[in-house]
Ligand binder design. Structure first.
Ligand code: DOR
Ligand code: ZN
Length: 343
């Protein structure tokens, strides 16, 4: 079976920097026309100049004839100047500002400590039409790690939407039925990305019988009922939901560790994994809109005009890929994937 669809975009990806970036960027650029590049580098991207320099490093790492366009983001901090947001909007290449609650995930130490402290920045974003991209988890130590997204909706997300009624918000990598329903019930200015791993696996994949660190990501995989709700959302045809892989490369040794890093690497097979999830739901006819239309429409960018072809012909994922001088263990390492991108 062959599926030809409009070339997709990845609305949430981690490309890292330096050697690691040079190792992974080709996998994303091969299939996707554009990708929203997360700013959580070791030294976060907090300025337009920093984003511009990072964008040039990415461009320099692309294969010769690549037409891939990185869409850049800024990392919101308590003390970011509102003027930087105005500048970002004018730059034309920065498409969003990322809200990491401080301490929520990889390189989030410089993130937002309290919502009150970014009031001026959110007001500026609302004013100039700059989307806010939200990592939606509370970090309070008394909240169970599996409940962090649910609590974020009640404690933070509802306040953001209430206090900034014109702000465009992407609820990134949603993982729960509550988040999917919240987005469906919100106004049209609220969208959400859904990862392939949250569509394919529940927390059992990570924890049942043995601990499998390559499934550990943040927000963490949830129970099966949530996975099923995410599949229903992604395959519903509702334009609020769109593709964001959250491919997040970490070296093998950083994952297979007594204190392992959060993040699943999927760039080697992003579309193949989504195709599998949509196929299993009997919804392959909905994949194109989710992968290639909804995100572009939400961001007010033109849809791509060329196509890619997916073929149902199984292949075996390598055990590792190179990551600079290290190795990376991809999702499905050493196992079969039913689909492949052939062009
Ligand atoms: O699992 C994750 N990995 N979640 C995030 O929010 C960040 C990402 C990373 O940068 O490794
Ligand atoms: Zn991410």
């Amino acid at each position: 079976m062959v599926l030809r669809i409009t070339r997709p975009d990845d609305w949430h990806v981690h490309l890292r920097d330096g050697e690691a970036m040079r190792s992974v960027v080709g996998a994303t650029a091969r299939v996707f026309a554009r990708a929203v590049v997360m700013p959580n580098l070791g030294s976060p991207v907090t300025t337009v100049d920093g984003a511009s320099a990072y964008r040039e490093r990415i461009a320099a790492a692309l294969p010769a004839k690549s037409r891939f366009a990185p869409l850049m983001t800024l990392y919101l901090t308590d003390n970011m100047a509102a003027a930087e947001i105005v500048r970002a909007r004018k730059s034309g290449f920065i498409v969003g500002v990322k809200y990491y609650p401080a301490g929520a995930t990889t390189n989030s130490d410089s993130g937002v400590t309290r919502l009150e402290r970014v009031h001026a920045q959110l007001a500026a974003m609302e004013e100039v039409g700059m989307p806010l991209l939200v990592h939606g988890e509370v970090t309070d130590p008394d909240i169970d790690v599996f409940d962090r997204e649910r609590y974020f909706i009640d404690r933070v997300m509802t306040r953001i939407l209430r206090d900034f009624p014109g702000l465009i918000v992407v609820f990134e990598h949603i993982t729960t039925r509550e988040a999917a329903e919240f987005v469906a019930d919100s106004p049209a200015r609220v969208g959400a990305t859904i990862t392939p791993h949250h569509l394919l696996w529940s927390r059992n994949a990570m924890l049942a019988g043995a601990i499998r660190p390559h499934y550990y990501c943040l927000p963490i995989l949830k129970r099966e009922a949530h996975r099923a709700a995410l599949v229903r959302a992604a395959t519903s045809g509702n334009p609020k939901y769109f593709l964001g892989s959250d491919s997040a490369p970490h070296a093998k040794a950083a994952k297979e560790n007594a204190c392992g890093a959060g993040g699943c690497y999927s760039a080697h097979a992003t579309m193949e994994l989504y195709a599998e999830a949509f196929d299993a739901a009997g919804a392959l006819d909905r994949l194109e809109a989710f992968a290639s239309y909804h995100g572009a429409d939400f961001y007010g960018l033109p849809r791509n005009t060329d196509t890619i072809t997916l073929e149902r012909s199984p292949w075996t994922v390598p055990a590792t890929y190179p990551l600079g001088e290290d190795a990376i263990v991809p999702l499905r390492a050493g196992e079969r994937i039913a689909w492949r991108v052939v062009e």
